[in-house]
Design a protein around this ligand. Structure first.
Ligand code: ATP
Ligand code: MG
Length: 339
């Protein structure tokens, strides 16, 4: 049978006859695993028949389960609402005084183990979550390990579990801060939507998070959709809301370099009041305004009109993306695309 035919496999329950779906007899995980193994070319044949030719052996290639980031951002680079800053400050305070809290003040006896700390950063795209993770690692003088889910997840039984173990072991060895970006891809509330991850692997991941002696940070745009089992494992949840007008003005001030040739009419305050945009979007606005000015010629200054047009454009883009986020079918596609 050719490889292209394998996409046509259909799983049928012998008891109730349901096709390619879960039922009372075959769980959703079973169906998913069966289909994946069939697609990967796993064959079933009676023991007395001749073994079919093996096309190519299955190698376990070394994979990069997390990439190591030397933190570029520091605490002072962050422009944050007071509540967000306070949450991050709480986390840093506990990390700096962990020994006193757990040993000196005896918290270890109550919590029953030497604990690391787990943080959840929740908020819309471009609000500084990745940046804050880097800043925390920087403050602590540690490297940041950004987890690569696509590499970690493996359809062979037990492989994902081993990969998860390796990832955490490496982070312990390097004393790194472990960062799960887009955590919703894995920790989607069970039964809420299908994820490419098996329940058992999610449980393994959760227990490792609980036992991790260091700092683990999870970031998501969709906190409400996260697995309830995750809640208990999160020590501090920090919200990253869209910046208010005052913060946006500060973001423009920081995102526009001193050397940039601004025309006299440029008014960050007006831009900040008019357009509700994240820090990431403001950075895009600045770049787009620079491009517009450059298209007129290298000696041209960047005008308020360049900024206004760029901000209009960015606002339209943000609206489109927000719609995309709310559309469950699109979201599902994106998450499936993760596997
Ligand atoms: N609070 C902020 N303070 C300063 N700069 C910011 C802030 N938020 C965003 N930026 C700017 O926008 C860029 C993108 O932000 P970042 O990648 O941290 O967003 P994010 O919250 O991780 O977004 P996503 O959810 O899409 O991953 C940063 O590199 C920075 O230049
Ligand atoms: Mg990010």
């Amino acid at each position: 049978m050719g490889k292209e035919d394998r996409d046509q496999w259909i799983v049928k329950c012998p008891k109730c006859g349901r096709v390619e779906d879960s039922c009372r007899h075959v769980s959703r995980d079973d169906v998913r695993r069966i289909l994946r193994l069939l697609k990967a070319g796993v064959e079933v044949f009676p023991a007395d028949e001749e073994e079919p030719e093996t096309p190519e052996p299955h190698f376990h290639e070394p994979v990069h389960l997390a990439h190591v980031v030397a933190p570029r951002y520091t605490w002072s680079d962050l422009v944050l609402a007071p509540a967000t800053r306070e949450g991050l400050d709480d986390a840093l305070t506990e990390l700096r005084h962990k020994t006193l809290m757990y040993k000196g003040w005896g918290l270890r006896k109550v919590v029953k183990k030497t604990k690391g700390i787990s943080l959840l950063f929740a908020g819309p795209p471009g609000t500084g979550k990745t940046m804050a993770a880097e800043a925390i690692a920087h403050e602590l003088g540690k490297a940041l390990h950004v987890v690569n889910y696509a590499q970690m997840e493996n359809m062979w039984v037990g492989e994902t579990e081993k990969n998860i173990e390796r990832t955490f072991a490496k982070a312990v060895e390097d004393e790194a801060v472990l960062f799960f970006d887009e955590a919703d891809a894995v920790f989607f509330r069970r039964g809420f939507m299908t994820t490419p991850w098996m329940n058992r692997d999610v449980n393994v991941l959760l227990s490792h998070i609980e036992a991790f002696p260091g700092v683990v940070i999870l970031a998501t745009n969709l906190a409400r959709a996260l697995d309830k089992a995750l809640d208990r494992r999160i020590d501090i949840a920090v919200e990253f809301p869209l910046p208010d007008a005052a913060l946006r003005r500060e973001l423009y001030r920081r995102c526009v370099p001193k050397q940039a040739p601004l025309s006299k009419d440029v008014d960050f305050d007006a831009l900040a009041r008019k357009y509700v945009l994240s820090g990431g979007s403001i950075l895009n606005v600045v770049r787009q305004a620079m491009r517009s000015a450059l298209k007129r010629g290298k000696r041209h200054r960047i005008t308020q009109d360049d900024f206004l047009r760029a901000a209009e454009r960015e606002t339209r883009k943000a609206t489109l993306l927000a719609q995309d986020h709310l559309a469950p079918s699109l979201r599902q596609e994106r998450i499936r695309g993760y596997a």
